[in-house]
Design a protein around this ligand. Sequence first.
Ligand code: 0PR
Length: 377
Amino acid sequence: MIDKGIPESEVMRLLEETRERDYSYDRFFSTMCTLPHPIAVKAHDMFLETNLGDPGLFPGVADLEERVVAMLGELLGCPNACGYVSTGGTESNIQAIRAARNEAGIKDGNIVVPASAHFSFDKIGDLLSLEVRKAELDESLKVDISSVEGLLDEKTVALVGIAGSTEFGQVDPIEDLARMAGESGIHMHVDAAFGGFVLPFLKRKFKWDFSLPAVSSITIDPHKMGLSTIPAGGLLFRGAECLSALETETHYLTRARQASLTGTRSGAAAAATYAVMMHLGREGFQKMVDYCMDLTEHLVAGARKIGVEPVIEPVMNVVALSVPSPAKVREELMKLDWHVSMTREPNRALRLILMGHMSREKIDLFLADLETVLSKL
Ligand code: 0PR
């Protein structure tokens, strides 16, 4: 650290210079985050210094967090759900599995996840000393039920299904998984970090949330399709016993027990999530999802015109495009300031997420560049 501080204007100049090196959202096809809604930014600023780690000092924002949990629970078929606003999908997944493990009381257990699961589940295996068993996918990249069946045993503490997979936006057959979990008395967790704010608004209807009695917990992230600020994750449990399974005593704080993973945690993102959900309502999110699905159709139609096919017919606003040498294509696109990502083997492809910050015009420019890049391979 420097000995003597420098004037604010100079610090700001340094920040501005550095900020200019960041790329801008309107060139991003690679991210599941987006520009937060302006009302979320206002709310975030307003609650910047609040700490939900000691909620008795901030009963106002603690109340907002409860209201967010209630709204999310209602959206996902369980108005009485309990949970909290986490830092994102990783924390929510960790905590859901930790609750399941603690409830099962098995320390050397395993979890069964689809091979398409987000890498947070590998972190979970390491953190919680659980074996992570990966079930195979079928040809549409949903988890294969018979593969799951073969992996479950008496040491399985949780079965995971994905409602909106990171790479393909695919939805696992959650109804079948929930039936299996229910029959074996295993905690069923649904990772809807991305899909949670999409599926309720799609024309095509899936059975995947708390309306299935065996679903015990759900991850749903306001900082993805919920248009909130980072870090806003959502963790919901059907029953309060799961939350109790996470609690530790916090002797000297304003509340005697704490279920969250982090101690000090910002109330800003909870307030931002509350603000955007109240301001948009179902109607606003419906419009957003309709817009993103229109972009998805536009991209796929345009890709087909230049001879590029999607790996699967997109279910939501996540598209994997089959191209030769995807890593090379991605690199060339990056030189043109287009940011796309990639799916992993054995289905390597370009991965694009059509978020609200994208537009038809930008997609057309992107496709023209993609065509040029492909022609030079
Ligand atoms: N579950 C699913 C299904 C996810 O897609 C993700 C993240 C997570 C859990 C973990 O969520 P957090 O990152 O909030 O902990 N999916 C995105 C991904 O890995 C996250 C992301 C967002 C990555 C923006 C890059 C980026 O620019 O692609």
